[in-house]
Design a protein. Structure first.
Ligand SMILES: Cc1cc2nc3c(=O)[nH]c(=O)nc-3n(C[C@H](O)[C@H](O)[C@H](O)COP(=O)(O)O)c2cc1C
Length: 360
């Protein structure tokens, strides 16, 4: 069996294979509630054979949304539509996961296809919070308000409450969004955090919001279920987050109950010119983090070929591959990859309604 198609056990949860659907905002929720779109989008990727389907960045509070269309878990009415989706995803053999987060200074923006800019005065904008009153810049020019200690305590509580709702919604894998220049990453990165209190300055202080938030979630998320973090492990910038610092943070979180690392990168500033784009460009860093932190890791970014994906797992660079755009192009990527890699009876990855008719 190719390594990519061997099961992966994470706490009490076993993925049927190591193909993971990366969280992808759909900007298609209504007041934070999932719609038919999400049932079809997430359901199709479970039907396509993935081991784990991680639902999009889901806001822990209304002000933590990127756009009006973001998913949310800030109230109980948001639970029921997700239960239906998660039942379907799990019935089709995938594990249902979700990413929870807060958009920080990138909040209150238009949907990408409506402009991607901060909302204007006539577009129902909302107040933007961040560690410091420093704007992201470029297409997101609004200067956020620096969070008070009360804000920090409240948002931490929002994360824990959202985690409880995620459990009630039937998710079995929970990921904290500590990446891509959103709130947690803004606390970690000196490029966004200019605080002079215990939440800014030194490495310890810049970690504090992330560690406290992690602890608050771990306290309510069942011990037997995996808790993951998606971290931008480098800012690709002078004075920004480094891989070395990220490894130290991840070791701290490991000691506090972290089960899985979704290795990501960048986006705390608009400057993406230093990102070394190319197939699998984050794989060597993922391998290093896996080795030095000693936890299961997922490798993402520009992984598309089945043989390359299989080699990443086979060679021990990562425990799974996390695919986004390939999965948009082809929800049956896992089935097609299984065929390409010579898995016996690859059609068995598909539901019987399909597999019965497919001889190979
Ligand atoms: C439509 C879309 C929405 C995305 N939304 C999220 C998100 O909600 N959370 C997140 O961590 N990353 C998000 N990303 C980034 C992807 O999860 C992924 O890391 C990135 O696209 C690189 O993987 P790829 O090369 O396989 O596409 C999004 C990407 C796309 C294309």
């Amino acid at each position: 069996m190719p390594a990519l198609f061997t099961p992966l056990a994470l706490k009490s949860v076993t993925l049927r294979n190591r193909v993971i659907v990366s969280p992808m905002c759909q900007y298609s929720s209504e007041e934070g509630k999932a719609t038919d779109w999400h049932l079809v989008h997430l359901g199709a990727r479970a039907v396509g054979g993935a081991g784990l389907v991680i639902a999009e960045a889901t806001a822990v509070s209304p002000e933590g949304r990127i756009s009006h269309g973001d998913a949310g878990l800030w109230n109980d009415a948001q639970i029921e539509p997700l239960q239906r989706i998660n039942r379907f995803v799990e019935q089709h053999g995938a594990v249902a996961g979700v990413q929870i987060g807060h958009a920080g200074r990138k909040a209150s923006a238009q949907r990408p296809w409506e402009g991607d800019k901060h909302l204007g005065p006539d577009e129902k904008p909302w107040p933007i919070l961040a560690p410091s009153a420093v704007a992201f810049g470029a297409y997101l020019p609004v200067t956020p308000a620096a969070m008070s200690k009360d804000d920090i305590v409240r948002v931490r509580g929002n994360f824990a409450a959202a985690a409880k709702r995620a459990l009630a919604a039937g998710y079995r894998f929970l990921e904290l969004h500590f990446a891509h220049g959103y709130l947690a990453h803004e606390f970690f990165s000196p490029l966004a955090n200019q605080r002079s209190d215990e939440y800014g300055g030194s490495f310890e202080n810049r970690c504090r919001f992330l560690v406290e938030t992690f602890d608050a979630v771990r306290a309510v998320w069942p011990e037997h279920l995996p808790l993951a973090v998606r971290l931008s492990v480098t800012d690709w910038a002078e004075g920004g987050v480094t891989v070395e610092e990220s490894i130290e943070l991840l070791k701290k979180l490991k000691g506090r109950g972290l089960d899985f690392i979704d290795v990501s990168q960048g986006f705390v500033t608009p400057d993406i010119s230093k990102i070394p784009w190319g197939p699998g460009f984050m794989v060597p860093t993922t391998a290093r983090i896996r080795r030095e932190v000693g936890l299961p890791c997922g490798a993402g970014w520009m992984i598309s070929e089945p043989a390359a994906a299989d080699a990443i797992v086979q060679d021990g660079h990562a425990d799974g591959v996390i695919l986004a755009r390939e999965m948009l192009k082809d929800p049956y990527w896992p089935f097609h990859a299984a065929k390409a890699l010579g898995v016996d009876k690859p059609q068995q990855l598909l539901p019987v309604q399909y597999s019965h008719w497919l001889k190979r």
